[in-house]
Ligand binder design. Structure first.
Ligand SMILES: Cc1cc2nc3c(=O)[nH]c(=O)nc-3n(C[C@H](O)[C@H](O)[C@H](O)COP(=O)(O)OP(=O)(O)OC[C@H]3O[C@@H](n4cnc5c(N)ncnc54)[C@H](O)[C@@H]3O)c2cc1C
Length: 445
């Protein structure tokens, strides 16, 4: 596709206010077609794109060139219940994989909130996380092997169902996971599966102040039931839900925690009361919990509503993906509130609290240039503080081109030199996804 109208949807990712129009978009019919496209494309940057839900400026043509959209590589090729693995093409949608695994009693645990839309290719390239990754771990923990097309169009398999042993060739998959499209184009994956949990209980608790909320988080993190998810919404996020058509009767000035335990029915049933007690004894007067699919959906609803709601009420939002030591939560929330209030932006914060993965969202209007400048200034000052308290730049969204300028905040010159040596091997002229992750990765024709 080359006409501007056809390509309009490809100029940005989830950060819709930053646009990078490609020169062309190609949708290969299958993996062979994709390899041929890469082999014949000479002298232009290439950017792989799954569903385009990235929140870090990953799947965009930052230096022009061709976007390769993987939407037709969407076959679930094999599910192996005995070996606990599956083989999928890169464009398979995450929730569709989950539906396909359910009849086998199997599960692929990583669960980014974009599950109804995002692809496994995008998940592996950005090493995606999600609410349930607190206990189960992120995407990289479940990748046994990747098939990747390198710059010359050659197809390689790194790892496989046997995890890189035997005839499954070089186990270089760890280099590929989280490489954000900078090393090659993924076409296929072998993923590790787990038995589906027999039963889950979901809990929701509200708190009048941060001190009691933090007590609840610390109590949950250490609880022997080992919750699968510990999610936090700040009062501004709760108020936003309550001021919308999705209102569900939550106290607007309270923090809210959503947590979940799962496992064998007999075991989790015995643990329910003790988890509820942790939430109550931390100071909540309103703890609700349930085990039916309907109750669980309702209890998670406010948290899951956030992404859509932000898009509904604001022309633009900037979301950060900071990882912080939990002890710094109060300081960083205060910084977010002070900065947002001073600039006059609504700010709402949600957090994968068990992992310390903080997502402040600043709502603004990019058609007003002074607002864009202000919000980017806030973002930078926030990340400087995050790094100063011992945190880091990304928990799950990746660096993309949105945070590439911040890499020097965390990594010294020696570390940056070593990291840059990897794309030098696979992709020396930065044909694949230039200007991503490192600002120095500029495509040279
Ligand atoms: C409402 C909302 C909620 C979200 N919640 C979460 C969350 O809970 N956890 C989380 O981790 N993320 C979350 N995200 C961010 C995003 O959904 C994830 O980063 C996801 O993994 C991106 O998948 P995608 O298919 O949309 O990939 P894209 O956005 O298309 O691409 C992401 C990156 O992967 C590369 N890529 C894609 N396909 C390939 C391929 N075949 N080969 C090589 N490189 C490739 C791209 O070049 C790009 O760098 C959320 C986003 C939204 C909008």
């Amino acid at each position: 596709m080359t006409s501007p109208a056809q390509m309009a949807g490809y100029a940005s990712d989830g950060l819709g206010y930053k646009t990078f129009p490609p020169d062309a978009v190609v949708i290969p019919a299958d993996a062979d077609d994709l390899a041929r496209v890469i082999a014949v494309l000479k002298g232009v940057p290439i950017c792989l794109r799954g569903a385009g839900t990235s929140l870090s400026g990953g799947p965009v043509a930052a230096q022009g060139g061709v976007v390769i959209h993987t939407s037709r590589l969407r076959a679930i090729r094999k599910i192996c219940p005995e070996g606990l693995w599956c083989e999928v093409e890169c464009g398979v949608n995450l929730n569709r994989l989950d539906q396909a695994l359910a009849p086998y009693g199997l599960c692929y645990p990583p669960d980014p909130s974009s599950g109804p839309v995002c692809t496994i290719g995008g998940n592996v390239a950005s090493n995606a996380g999600g609410a349930h990754c607190f206990r189960y771990g992120v995407t990289g923990n479940y990748v046994l092997g990747v098939e990747v097309v390198l710059l010359d169009g050659s197809v390689h398999r790194f790892g496989g169902p046997a995890g890189g042993r035997g005839r499954w060739q070089e186990d270089w998959k760890r280099l590929m996971i989280g490489s954000e499209g900078t090393l090659g184009a993924f076409t296929r994956f072998w993923l590790r599966l787990t038995p589906r949990a027999e039963k889950a209980w979901t809990f929701r608790a509200t708190y009048a102040d941060l001190a009691s909320t933090e007590r609840a988080i610390h109590g949950l993190v250490r609880h022997p039931a080992f919750p699968v998810a510990i999610e936090l919404m700040d009062p501004r996020a709760v108020a936003l839900v309550e001021s919308s058509s999705m209102a569900m009767g939550l106290p607007k000035d309270h923090f809210m925690i959503v947590t979940e335990i799962d496992g064998p029915a007999a075991l989790v049933d015995r643990r329910v009361e003790s988890v509820a007690e942790v939430l109550r004894s931390a100071g909540s007067k309103d703890v609700q919990f349930g085990d039916s699919p309907e109750a669980r959906k309702n209890l998670f609803q406010a948290r899951k509503a956030m992404g859509g709601l932000l898009g509904q009420i604001s022309p633009d939002y900037l979301v950060q993906d900071a990882v912080i030591p939990k002890r710094a939560l109060a300081e960083l929330l205060q910084l977010i509130y002070d900065e947002a209030d001073q600039a006059g932006f609504p700010a709402v914060t949600v957090m994968h609290a068990g992992d310390g993965n903080l997502h402040p969202n600043f709502l603004f209007d990019s058609s007003k240039p002074e607002e864009l400048e202000k919000v980017e200034g806030i973002s930078k000052r926030l990340m400087e503080r995050v790094v100063a308290v011992g945190g880091t730049l990304s928990g799950e969204h990746g660096i993309g081109n949105d945070k590439s300028e911040y890499m020097g905040m965390v990594f010294g010159p020696d570390s940056l030199r070593l990291q840059l040596a990897i794309p030098q091997i696979f992709n020396p002229r930065h044909v694949f996804n230039p200007l991503k992750v490192f600002p120095e990765r500029r495509f040279a024709a």
